[in-house]
Design a protein around this ligand. Structure first.
Ligand code: PLP
Length: 493
């Protein structure tokens, strides 16, 4: 699988890793090291596979990977002179430097140094059909020759909206945005306008993009801003509560809450599973207290089922936030839900007008990709196939932990997996421990070790697609076994 050179350990160990990004935190959840950072896609504020503490020696696995990837290193050195941290998404900060990719196809990609990798990042979860699905590529190509951006209404936006309304159980109307972040921002604006109330309740650890009203309570200890630079007062209009019925009821009791927003899978696409019955309780409580229930299905939409978690759970939110798979790997997002709420955007006089411009809303290339992808995912077979393989992979990875004598497991739902180090399972650990990462050195060594074995994890987690195969799963299990052996040899586990 690997096409690049790989030096033996004795040679590697004599050299230090090149200077890398000063990654702020660790990445992989693990009871072993609470206090480190949270996982990737869904918690980018705290996600990079961590750098070793300043002055500490980098694990040998990290140094080896660094030496085997001179082109990624060189690109990073160039990028750091141009872009803060050398990255364009916080989640890509990595020690010693991020892997740079030259091309991708199906479940595989090739880094700049020529190594072939099994990809579990998949466009941060956008690619249910794998990289470069021929039907999606053809749809984008065709649209690009017709019109990139007519600056006018176009047929594809209605076709795309029809698909969303057909698939998402609670969708009566749709408004497209350019990203999931914009969609969550718009959903909260709509909720405030519809209810005439100002407050938003969110759940500890849940991530809804990077806009100001979502940038708090996502990272442990969940009681403060996740970023500097929030406008004064933002913290007082957003209340973060644990995912417990009593806490939610308490937050709603004053009758001043416009929206309760949550990832219906539990935080970070199921990294922190929700208590049984919580979604039904949230539905009931929001309704009782006149607040809108908003499901953020940016990750789970079209992945958990064609209709997302709400289809699986049989719970209808008032509004749903969509992104990722919605646009087939192109940029895009949407808010869908109750017609009476969405129609506030029409300015037709039915209620207070909610403004929402946006140059690239329902961009034709995104619409083309989205229609092609959703069309292929509409029947549910794609989700079932990816989920079946993910379940098998989780089983194989857990068996690898058992055989290697390293405490840990893989868990997760649908077509995802999360690696968890330590003896305790997800049910025994609280949100802080589950969203916390491994110690930085271990996190970076795991990440680099798996890359060296030909597997690109998404910060200790992963998404599967219809392009992944049993062979990929077997190779991934073998890669974990080899990596755990090396982590043991380094005394990291
Ligand atoms: N909501 C959830 C649950 C997400 O995981 C993400 C991104 O990972 C977002 C919202 C933000 O979406 P985007 O990155 O498209 O702005």
């Amino acid at each position: 699988m690997r096409t690049g050179t790989r030096k033996d350990a004795a040679d590697d160990d004599r050299k230090a890793a090149p200077e890398g990004a000063a990654a702020p935190g660790a990445a992989t959840r693990g009871a072993a090291a609470p206090g480190a950072a949270a996982p990737g896609a869904a918690a980018p504020g705290a996600a990079a596979p961590g750098a070793a503490a300043p002055g500490a020696a980098a694990p040998r696995l990290v140094a080896r990977w660094a030496r085997e990837n001179p082109r990624s290193a060189a690109l990073h050195a160039r990028a750091r002179r141009l872009m803060p941290g050398g990255v364009t998404h916080d989640v890509r900060l990595a020690a010693p430097f991020p892997v740079a990719v030259a091309r991708a196809e199906g479940a595989r990609k090739w880094d700049l140094d020529g190594h072939e990798l099994i990809c579990y990042v998949l466009g941060h979860g956008s690619l249910l059909l794998g990289h470069g699905h021929p039907a999606v590529v053809a749809a984008v190509r065709q649209q690009a020759t017709r019109s990139f951006h007519p600056g006018a209404c176009h047929e594809l936006e209605s076709e795309w909206a029809e698909l969303v309304i057909r698939l998402v159980p609670s969708a009566e109307r749709v408004r497209f945005t350019s990203s999931g972040t914009e969609a969550s921002l718009l959903a909260l604006r709509l909720a405030r306008a519809a209810t005439g109330r100002g407050k938003v309740v969110k759940l500890a650890g849940h991530f809804h993009g990077w806009h100001d009203q979502a940038a708090m309570g996502a990272d442990p200890p969940f009681d403060g801003p996740d970023t500097a630079g929030l406008p004064p007062g933002t913290m007082s209009s957003v209340v973060t509560v644990p995912a417990q019925e009593a806490a939610l009821a308490g937050a709603l009791a004053a009758g001043d809450v416009a929206a309760v927003i949550m990832e219906p899978s539990g935080a970070a696409w199921g990294t922190v599973p929700l208590p049984a019955g919580f979604l039904a309780a949230a539905r009931r409580l929001a309704g009782q207290h006149g607040a809108l229930l908003v499901f953020d299905e940016v990750v789970t939409g079209f992945r958990w089922a064609p209709g997302g978690v709400q289809e699986v759970a049989g719970i209808r939110p008032d509004l749903t936030v969509l992104g990722k798979i919605l646009a087939g790997g192109m940029p895009g997002g949407a808010v869908c839900g109750r017609a009476d709420v969405l129609d506030l955007l029409s300015g037709s006089g039915a209620g207070p007008r909610v403004a929402h411009p946006g140059t690239h809303n329902a961009h034709p290339l995104s619409a083309a990709a989205g229609i092609a992808a959703l069309g292929l995912a509409a029947g549910g077979e794609a989700q079932d196939e990816a989920a079946r393989l993910a379940a098998a992979l989780r089983g194989e990875l857990t068996a690898v932990f058992e055989r290697s004598g390293v405490a840990g497991r893989a868990y997760g739902e649908s077509s995802t997996f999360h690696l968890l180090f330590g003896p305790a399972g997800p049910a025994e650990l609280g949100p802080a421990a589950l969203k916390a990462g491994l110690a930085p050195a271990l996190s970076a060594a795991l990440h680099c070790g798996m890359l060296r074995e030909g597997v690109h994890l998404f910060h200790g987690s992963g998404f599967l697609s219809t392009a992944h195969s049993e062979r990929d799963a077997e190779q991934t299990a073998a890669a974990l076994a080899a990596t755990l052996r090396q982590l043991q040899a380094e005394g990291l586990v």
